[in-house]
Design a protein around this ligand. Structure first.
Ligand code: SAH
Ligand code: DHB
Ligand code: MG
Length: 221
């Protein structure tokens, strides 16, 4: 019942605020056609990422976990035309679908999709001096959240905004005896925030088409 209502309200938000344009709809259709899992952020969640990128005036953004580039489109559109998003994806198929979606969105010049294990690509970015990201979105394999947060901090500066997806997981995050590796990954992200007082933030619980979940949102001080 509640779930049905969330979905209905999400649809209302999307239509009232015009959150689903043709390019975004085409990207989602391409993802489904290619058989990618339906775990893209929702339109209202994508819009939240978009305004956060705008609010912190980001010029350089990093995403860990591209899938078909749906969230990448929301993030990249919030950057200035000479801004840059680097997005990391393990699956070559996902990366290929994302590149096509980003090209159709007119964002190919602004977004670099790198294929490989994020834990191996992140040190490369550091070596290249590609760091100093203003905005980081972490949305890949959940058990690696602490590793990604560590790199996000290393590649950031005071003022950088860091967002972690899927940290509430139907409320399972509050269960200290949780056995699920993904839930443990959410808890590890909270532990990371607790252990790094320079990362000031909070979690926002979300309901909607993706059920009951949420974002951890922090600012590097
Ligand atoms: N941010 C996307 C959804 C990402 S889904 C959106 O909202 O549109 C998670 C993605 O992380 C999947 O495409 C998966 O292949 C990728 N992934 C999983 N493990 C990874 C790893 N070790 N390194 C990089 N990407 C990984
Ligand atoms: C899953 C992963 C995600 O990134 C997400 O947003 C939702 C679900 C998953 O692996 O189940
Ligand atoms: Mg996610």
């Amino acid at each position: 019942m509640a779930e049905k209502l969330w979905t209905k309200v999400d649809a209302y938000i999307d239509s009232q605020l015009g959150l689903a344009d043709e390019v975004l709809a085409e990207a989602l259709a391409a993802n489904r056609k290619a058989g990618l899992p339906k775990i893209d952020v929702s339109p209202s969640q994508g819009a939240l990422l978009h305004i956060l990128v705008k609010m912190c005036g980001a010029r350089r953004a990093l995403e860990i976990g591209t899938l078909g580039g749906y969230s990448s489109i929301w993030i990249a559109r919030a950057l200035p035309s000479d801004g840059r998003l680097v997005t990391l994806e393990y699956s070559p198929l996902h990366g290929e679908v994302a590149r096509a979606n980003l090209a159709r969105a007119g964002l190919a010049d602004r977004v670099e999709v790198r294929i490989g294990k994020a834990a191996e690509l992140l040190p490369q970015l550091a070596v290249e001096g590609a760091g100093d990201f203003d905005f980081v979105f972490i949305d890949a394999d959940k058990p690696s959240n602490p590793v990604y947060l560590e790199w996000a901090l290393r590649l950031s500066h005071p003022g950088t905004v860091i967002v972690v997806d899927n940290v509430i997981r139907d409320g399972e995050v509050a269960d200290p005896r949780a056995k699920d590796e993904n839930v443990k990954g959410s808890r590890a992200a909270f532990d990371f925030f607790a252990a790094h007082p320079g990362l000031v933030g909070t979690a926002v619980q979300t309901v909607g088409v993706k059920g009951y979940d949420g974002f951890l949102i922090g600012r590097v001080s």
